[in-house]
Design a binder for this molecule. Structure first.
Ligand code: ASP
Length: 345
């Protein structure tokens, strides 16, 4: 309990490589239960902390994760919020950045660490990165400064860096440094000791009660542009009757073809009430509307500037805002502000 002298940490196990074994018949990796993880990690007993675990049923490869799962995860944190000082979420790396981004919007007034981690190699494999990742994530979740949580944010810890969750993207499927946060500095770096980047961590000014938002709207989509994209494809895509929000992945500083058919289709969709958010396909940098003619036209057509949002944060922000059933103009206003540190204003 948070009133005890020892910090209390809840490890929420959702699945992912960290807890996988090779299935003998197919030779594919499949998730197993948390006992397999703790059996490989006697070090967990050496922490001077109260550690508890909560396991999702079933545990999954993160490619199977859906918004329904995010809601369940947010609800578990909401239910247990007052009982723990911090939360460590074990999650597959493939969609970790989407879940971390979604949770950063769903957990309003968060004032405790929610640290996502996982691994590239299962915990039972000799060279696993899972041990370091999990042990350091627990240490970070339990760390306090002036009797306050050191990192009261939704974040991702991997290899030796702690990032703001809604700034991360998975960029490596081979090496242990699976994630990047190109547009925001690490919140901490772990070497012999853990160095916190206090200036980058968000510390709430007022202590407000946690509010868990559980309404998400999945009437959204991502359209990635490429040279030669066909008119009939874009036309069919934008004509989907349920479409309410679209993340448009553009080139460079937010640029797209100026072909009349394209701009006309985008304008028609905006006029119909579809909210189109422009993010760049580049891993680093931001949309800069009007820098080139190729972005000016888009923005005149009604497209919203996504600035330096990652695609993961953009799509989950749209799901979150559209889920709150706000007037489209209000959704647009919120797209232009930072809700939980996801964009640089
Ligand atoms: N496919 C796995 C997952 O995302 C990959 C991993 O955990 O690294 O669940």
């Amino acid at each position: 309990m948070s009133t005890a002298l020892k910090p209390s940490i809840l490890i929420i196990y959702t699945g992912g490589t960290i807890g996988m074994i090779t299935e003998p018949l197919t030779r594919s990796l499949v998730p197993v239960d948390f006992n397999e993880i703790s059996a490989q990690l006697p070090e967990l007993l050496r922490f001077d902390l109260n550690l508890s675990t909560y396991t999702f049923n079933p545990v999954v490869d993160s490619s199977n994760i859906t918004p329904k799962f995010w809601i369940e995860l947010a609800q578990v944190i909401g239910r247990e919020y007052l009982n723990y000082d911090g939360f460590v979420i074990l999650h597959g790396t493939d969609t970790m950045c989407y879940t971390a981004s979604a949770l950063s919007f769903m957990l309003e007034n968060l004032n405790k660490p929610v640290v996502f981690t996982g691994s590239q190699l299962p915990i039972g494999v000799l060279r696993t990165d899972g041990k370091e990742n999990l042990l350091t994530a627990i240490e970070i979740a339990a760390e306090r400064k002036n009797n306050q949580p050191m990192v009261p944010e939704v974040c991702v810890f991997f290899q030796n860096k702690l990032y703001r969750g809604n700034r991360t993207s998975k960029h490596n499927a081979e090496y242990f440094n699976a994630f990047v946060s190109e547009n925001y500095p690490p919140l901490a770096e772990a070497g012999i000791s853990i160095h916190y980047n206090y200036g980058a961590i968000h510390y709430p000014v007022n202590q407000k009660q946690l509010k868990v938002h559980t309404l998400l709207n999945d009437q959204v989509a991502i359209l990635k542009l490429f040279p030669g994209i066909r008119q009939d494809f874009v036309e069919t895509f934008l004509a989907l009757p349920w479409l309410k929000g679209l993340v448009l992945e553009t080139f460079g500083a937010g640029n797209a073809t100026t072909a009349d058919w394209f701009i006309d289709l985008i304008r028609a969709a905006c006029d119909r009430g579809v909210i189109i958010l422009n993010v760049t396909q580049c891993p680093a940098g931001a949309v800069n509307p009007g820098k080139y003619e190729t972005s000016r036209l888009l923005h005149h057509a009604g497209v919203i500037n996504g600035r330096d949002l990652t695609t993961e944060a953009a799509i989950t922000k749209l799901m979150f805002l559209l889920g709150q059933v706000l007037y489209p103009d209000i959704v647009k206003e919120y797209l232009n502000v930072s809700i939980s540190g996801e964009i640089t204003i």
